[in-house]
Ligand binder design. Structure first.
Ligand code: CA
Length: 455
C-alpha cells in the first residue's frame, strides 16, 4: 500500500524572546526542526542554513541511501556554518539542533543532534524516539540524576552536541524507521517539550485528528505555559496515499516556518512545485537579513523581529553556546571523575596496616597526594605470624571485587597463621588431613566464597 504524509508545521517566537531562531520544514518526504542559537542573527542563520541544505532532499522520490543523503546534507550545512563564522566573526558561537526525517515509500531515515525531539504515537501510545544531547540527560544516563530531577535542573538546556561553530566532530544519532500507516509523528523544539509535559503532549496528539489544529494546540499550550522560548512543532500523519485529496492540493505543499521562512522561502512561495522551492531554499545563501514583522504572540507562524543582538536572552544563548565546549570537557571530566571515584570506592583489597592484615576499601593507589583507599577493618592477624609467601602477597596487596571476597581472603590468611608452638597432646594418627587453602591465597576467590551458603 502506498503511503503518504499529511503534515502541518507551526512556529512561534514565544512570549519572551524577540526573534524566532527556530526553523521548521514539512514536505511530502521531509520533516525538519532546527533550533538555532547564538546572538544577533546567529541562531537564525544556523537553523535556516540547515533547512536550506536539507530541503532539496524533498524531491518527488528520494532515492539511494536515505541516511547517507541526510547526513551529507547535514555535514554540508555544518561546513557552511563554519565558513560563515570564519567570514563574519560576529556569528561566532552560533549553533543549531537538527531533527530530520526523510521518507521514501514506507521507509524513514532519521538524524538527530541536540535537544529537539521526535515522538511517535503508535497504537494509542506515545514514544519519545530521540534522546536529548544535553548535560542533564548525560547525568540521567549515568545514574547521577533521576529523570524527575532532570526536568527541573537549572542546566537542563545546556547542550553537549550541536551543529555549528565548534571544531569537534559532528556526531549524529541516526535510525531507520518504518513509515507505518496510522502513526503520528511529532517533531518539536524544546520550546514545546521543555514547557509542556509529555502527558499533555500525548493527550493533544491523541485527541486532535487534524494535523494543523494539533500543531496549533501544541504551540498554544507552550505559550500558555509562559512561552519562554521559540516553539516549533511539526505534526505528520502517515496515511494511505489514496485518502489524500486528488492532486495532493495544499496539504502537500511544503510548509516552511520560523527563521527559514523569514529568510529565503518567502519570495518563492506560491511559485513552482516542491522541487523548485527546495532549489530556491538551497540557493547560495546571502547573509541573512531578518525582516521586521509583526510578532503576534499566540498566532502560529508569527514573524520574526528585527535584529536584537543586545537582548539579554540572546546574550545568554550566545554565552551558553560558547560554553558548550567548556561544559563538554568539564562535564565529561567531572562525570568521568565522579564515576571513576565511585567505582574505586566499591573496590576492596587486603593489605597491611601497621603490621596487621587489614581490609581496605578503595584501590591501592593515590591521586596526587590523596590516597584512594582507607582501612575498612584491621584484623588481629599479625603479618609477622604469616608464612613468607603470604607476607609477600600482602605487600603486593590482594585485590577483591567485593567485601565478601576480601573477607574470604582474610579467612584464608587466618588459617595460614603458624600454630602456637605448644605440641598437640594426643596426636591422632588417623586424623583427617587439614584442608590446604594456601593455593587460593592471592587468586581471586570465587564470589560468595565466604558467604557460607554455598552448600
Ligand atoms: Ca529552543
Amino acid at each position: 500500500m502506498a503511503v503518504a504524509l499529511r503534515y502541518a508545521a507551526r512556529s512561534d517566537v514565544g512570549l519572551i524572546r524577540k526573534n524566532n531562531q527556530d526553523s521548521g520544514y514539512a514536505g511530502p518526504h521531509l520533516l525538519v526542526v532546527a533550533d538555532g542559537m547564538g546572538g544577533a542573527a546567529g541562531g537564525d542563520v544556523a537553523s535556516s542554513v540547515v533547512v536550506s541544505h536539507l530541503a532539496p532532499l524533498d524531491d518527488d522520490a528520494p532515492t539511494g541511501d536515505l541516511l547517507t543523503r541526510l547526513k551529507e546534507a547535514v555535514y554540508a550545512a555544518h561546513d557552511e556554518l563554519v565558513d560563515r563564522v570564519a567570514e563574519d566573526p560576529s556569528l561566532a558561537g552560533l549553533g543549531t539542533t537538527v531533527i530530520a526525517l526523510l521518507r521514501s515509500g514506507n521507509r524513514f531515515a532519521m538524524i538527530h543532534i541536540g535537544d529537539s525531539r521526535a515522538y511517535v504515537v503508535r497504537d494509542g501510545q506515545m514514544f519519545q524516539v530521540t534522546t536529548d544531547h544535553t548535560f542533564v540527560q548525560h547525568l540521567v544516563d549515568t545514574g547521577q540524576l533521576t529523570p524527575e530531577q532532570a526536568e527541573h535542573h537549572p542546566q537542563r538546556s545546556v547542550l553537549l552536541r550541536v551543529l555549528g561553530d565548534n571544531s569537534s566532530d559532528i556526531v549524529l544519532d541516526e535510525w531507520a524507521h518504518e513509515a507505518r500507516i496510522g502513526d503520528r509523528w511529532l517533531l518539536c523544539s524544546d520550546g514545546l517539550s521543555g514547557v509542556v509535559s509529555a502527558e499533555t503532549i500525548a493527550h493533544v496528539l491523541g485527541g486532535t485528528p487534524d494535523v494543523g489544529e494539533c500543531a496549533e494546540s501544541l504551540v498554544a499550550l507552550a505559550l500558555h505555559g509562559g512561552g519562554p522560548d521559540n516553539v516549533t512543532c511539526i505534526v505528520a500523519d502517515v496515511v494511505d496515499l489514496d485518502v489524500l485529496p486528488d492532486g495532493a492540493g495544499p496539504a502537500l505543499e511544503p510548509q516552511v516556518v520560523g527563521a527559514a521562512a523569514a529568510d529565503r522561502l518567502r519570495p518563492t512561495r506560491g511559485g513552482a512545485g516542491a522541487a523548485g522551492r527546495a532549489a530556491a531554499l538551497a540557493a547560495p545563501a546571502a547573509p541573512v537579513t531578518v525582516e521586521p514583522a509583526a510578532s503576534v504572540p499566540g498566532s502560529p507562524g508569527a514573524g520574526v523581529d528585527a535584529d536584537d543582538g543586545d537582548r539579554p536572552g540572546g546574550r545568554t544563548r550566545r554565552v551558553i553556546a560558547w560554553l558548550v565546549g567548556v561544559v563538554v570537557v568539564l562535564g565529561a571530566l567531572t562525570a568521568a571523575g565522579a564515576l571513576a571515584y565511585r567505582w574505586t570506592q566499591e573496590q576492596y583489597y587486603v593489605g597491611i596496616d601497621d603490621g596487621y592484615v587489614a581490609i581496605f576499601r578503595g584501590i591501592p593507589q593515590e591521586l596526587g597526594t590523596t590516597p584512594l583507599s582507607s582501612v575498612h577493618e584491621r584484623t588481629e592477624i599479625a603479618v609477622d605470624d604469616l608464612p613468607a609467601f603470604a607476607r609477600q602477597r600482602l605487600e603486593d596487596t590482594i585485590t577483591a571485587s567485593s567485601l565478601e571476597e576480601a573477607e574470604a581472603v582474610v579467612a584464608l590468611l587466618e588459617e595460614e597463621v603458624a600454630p602456637p608452638p605448644t605440641p598437640a597432646p594426643t596426636p591422632e594418627p588417623t586424623a583427617t588431613p587439614a584442608p590446604a587453602p594456601t593455593a587460593s591465597i592471592g587468586a581471586a576467590p570465587a564470589p560468595g566464597a565466604a558467604s557460607g551458603d554455598g552448600a
